[in-house]
Design a protein around this ligand. Structure first.
Ligand SMILES: Cc1cc2nc3c(=O)[nH]c(=O)nc-3n(C[C@H](O)[C@H](O)[C@H](O)COP(=O)(O)OP(=O)(O)OC[C@H]3O[C@@H](n4cnc5c(N)ncnc54)[C@H](O)[C@@H]3O)c2cc1C
Length: 665
């Protein structure tokens, strides 16, 4: 394929705007007064991008014409198949007949289409949810997988354990129930489990700067994935014997089967990332030593590995396990005997998983003790539902005050009843002991799941990074850079115990920062920090349709092992569920990394620069180039343009040029 493009000579342009007017007239673009808010009604911003000042990296954040990317993201993102890249010319074009504006109704919600779908706006990783769900609705699962893996290297994992804030925001709730986004995601992403259908993203040109990632949880592995895509040699150092962090050593297999984790990590290995397990940074090797060995940047994704304690008498008795130690043993297939009656203390993920594991491993009398009420419990409703189905009771408003032992082993817990009053720093109601309400519970074992914190022993004195009040690494909230310019951090190590999708979002942002840091670019330029969600959607067009129900393993069968409980939707169910999506925003507008696709609120269609393909087909050149008074815009085959520029002694401004638009000085 010959790739056509433009070369714009910044020295020749006199800023007369003739090209812009010609472009607007030729394409009959709407008058600025009728334009959709926040959108410029023309495709070219040549003059406005640089006139009057020499190009600087700050210009990066300006709107640019379509880049006709070699591998455009808008193409797979379009649920209607309306966007195609011409194999002869490399021109990316939107077919106006096929584009349905993602279900926009003219005059009603056009301007909203330039905002983000509420699901994407709320997702910490800002996945293009609308695109992959609607692609699934059209049965285009392969393209949907590719779209998902632009924003998340672990869709099959997230499809099982994500706390899916996207569904909380789904506008479909205003009609009946939220789209089961996570169930659809899981169905699409399970293609990653087989080598034949797995999506391994392409790697850009190799770079030589070595990057070290410390910790192989979702934050670290995500950073590795995006850095590998940019061509960096990445080594992940992991202290445990297996990679995956809490995915592997915290979350049990009945929620997240091991082959799912292995398959998605294998993609990262296939991309050239080296994962070294059994290496604890801080012991044996240090950041300083790694610097001497040529590593130019570091990402710390070391999570929260230390369990908090209650600080009550008897906590060191045998038979009492910190939840993470217990879950680690279970997940590694080691023995962790507890006896028949087990108390699990806490109300978060680790407590629920600890209890469900104990129940499966021969402790029929497992129960949970929680000091607040069910309403305050951080565990997700679906987890509480499964807990109940498995016959594990929760004793709320109860706080242990002492562990009682016999021959060094726990045998009972002294507890006190609690009452909720006022609010604490987290905004939840504050539990206070009820005087005279003490009572004793007989137990054979205890799992303590009171939350986790980070162990920062790995940071040696030669690191300038600082820790915040809560013991997490202090980093810039946008760039995730620490006080040490070459050290970045994210995930639980920065946020405190959080979620898989937050860790993924951080890994992606940190990789972008590290890439810019290593290239000497501005870490802030053009980074989108505000996502404005669509508010009005076309509810009237949709008739009620029930949300898909996840088939689950029979509760009796669950307790005999660690088989996956949620069985997944079938293809037809996933497709039907995808069709429930209202298409709140435009999928292509969300997908384009350069923000060049515009939405015409009057015609209810997306549109963008197509290099005047109607003219090009007849041997003419795009109107901008044809009307330029100073010959500043050249059009042609990209390779020939490069040769021409070199022959004229021109220099391509790499910081501005992308894909198929070259800027020359
Ligand atoms: C039991 C449990 C269940 C959970 N369930 C869910 C859920 O259903 N949904 C959800 O969204 N979230 C869940 N979470 C939270 C989620 O797992 C975490 O928020 C997420 O894994 C954090 O990712 P991370 O990469 O920041 O850290 P981690 O996953 O903790 O990974 C950190 C890695 O760094 C390694 N490391 C630490 N120090 C060093 C060192 N010095 N050198 C080398 N390596 C080091 C650790 O061994 C670990 O592998 C759960 C957590 C637990 C404990």
């Amino acid at each position: 394929m010959k790739q056509l493009g433009l070369a714009i000579d910044l020295k020749r342009c006199i800023g007369c705007k003739t090209c812009i007017v010609a472009c607007r007239n030729f394409h009959e673009l709407v008058n600025p007064s009728e334009a959709v808010p926040n959108q410029m009604p023309y495709y070219l911003h040549v003059e406005s991008r640089w006139h009057g000042a020499y190009p600087s990296p700050a210009l990066e954040s300006w709107v640019v014409p379509c880049q006709h990317c070699p591998d455009p993201l808008c193409v797979p993102a379009c649920p209607e198949g309306a966007i195609k890249k011409d194999p002869q010319t490399g021109i990316v074009r939107i077919d106006a007949e096929l584009c349905n504006g993602c279900n926009a109704v003219p005059g009603q919600c056009g301007s909203e289409k330039t905002k983000s779908a509420p699901c994407a706006a709320r997702c910490p990783a800002h996945m293009n949810v609308e695109s992959y769900v609607r692609l699934a609705g059209n049965g285009r699962f392969k393209e949907a997988l590719r779209v998902m893996k632009e924003d998340n290297p672990f869709p099959a994992i997230c499809g099982r354990v994500c706390d899916h804030p996207c569904e909380t925001e789904c506008k479909r709730k205003d009609i009946d129930e939220a789209v089961a986004i996570n169930f659809v995601k899981r169905h699409i992403a399970d293609q990653d489990l087989k080598a034949e259908t797995r999506y391994v993203p392409p790697i850009k040109a190799q770079r030589k700067e070595k990057v070290a990632v410390i910790g192989s949880g979702p934050a670290g592995l995500t950073a590795a994935y995006y850095l590998a895509r940019e061509g960096y040699p990445v080594t992940v150092f992991e202290k445990a014997s297996k990679p995956g962090g809490m995915l592997t050593l915290g979350i049990p297999a009945y929620r997240l089967p091991r082959d799912v984790i292995e398959a998605e990590i294998q993609v990262i290995r296939d991309m050239g990332v080296t994962i070294k397990t059994g290496v604890e940074v801080g012991k044996g090797t240090t950041v300083e030593r790694l610097r001497k060995n040529g590593y130019k940047a570091f990402f710390f994704g070391i999570g929260t590995q230390k369990c908090k304690t209650l600080d009550v008498p008897g906590e060191n008795l045998t038979g009492i396990y910190p939840a993470l130690d217990y879950l680690r043993k279970v997940n590694l297939g080691e023995k962790a005997p507890l006896g028949k009656k087990v108390a699990v203390i806490g109300g978060g993920n680790a407590a629920i998983d600890g209890a469900r594991c104990a129940r499966r491993l021969g402790s029929p009398g497992t129960f949970i003790l929680y000091r607040r009420s069910l309403k305050e419990m951080p565990a997700r409703p679906e987890e509480l539902e499964e807990l109940e189905q498995e016959g594990i009771p929760i004793q709320t408003l109860t706080q242990p005050v002492r562990f009682i032992g016999e021959k060094g082993k726990v045998k009972a817990i002294d507890c006190v009843k609690m009452v909720l009053k006022g609010k604490d720093a987290s905004g939840r109601r504050r539990p206070e002991p009820v005087p005279g309400s003490e009572f004793t519970i007989q137990v054979d074992g205890v799992i303590m799941a009171l939350g986790q914190e980070t162990d920062w022993a790995c940071l040696t004195p030669d690191c300038a990074c600082k820790l915040g009040d809560l013991g997490a690494m202090a980093v810039n909230p946008v760039t995730l850079q620490s006080d040490d310019a070459d050290i970045f951090a994210g995930g639980d190590a920065v946020r405190g115990s959080s979620s898989v999708i937050e860790a993924i979002a951080d890994g992606k942002q940190a990789a972008m920062s590290i890439d810019r840091y290593l290239k000497g670019e501005d870490l802030y330029a053009g980074r989108k920090t505000e996502w404005v969600p669509v508010e009005n959607v076309q509810k009237e067009k949709y008739s009620p349709a029930r949300r898909a129900v996840m088939p689950r393993l029979d509760p009796e069968k669950r307790l005999t092992g660690f088989a996956e409980v949620q069985l997944g939707l079938g293809e037809e169910q996933a497709q039907t569920e995808g069709q429930r999506c209202l298409g709140c925003s435009s999928a292509c507008v969300q997908a384009c990394p350069y923000g060049v696709i515009q939405f015409d609120g009057v015609k209810a269609k997306s549109h963008k620069c197509d290099l005047c393909v109607e003219r090009v087909q007849f041997g003419e050149i795009p109107v901008c180039a044809a009307t330029c008074l100073t010959d500043a815009i050249q059009f042609g085959e990209l390779d020939l343009l490069r040769q021409k520029i070199a022959a004229r002694g021109g220099e391509i401004v790499e910081a501005l040029s992308r894909e198929s638009i070259l800027y020359v000085k």
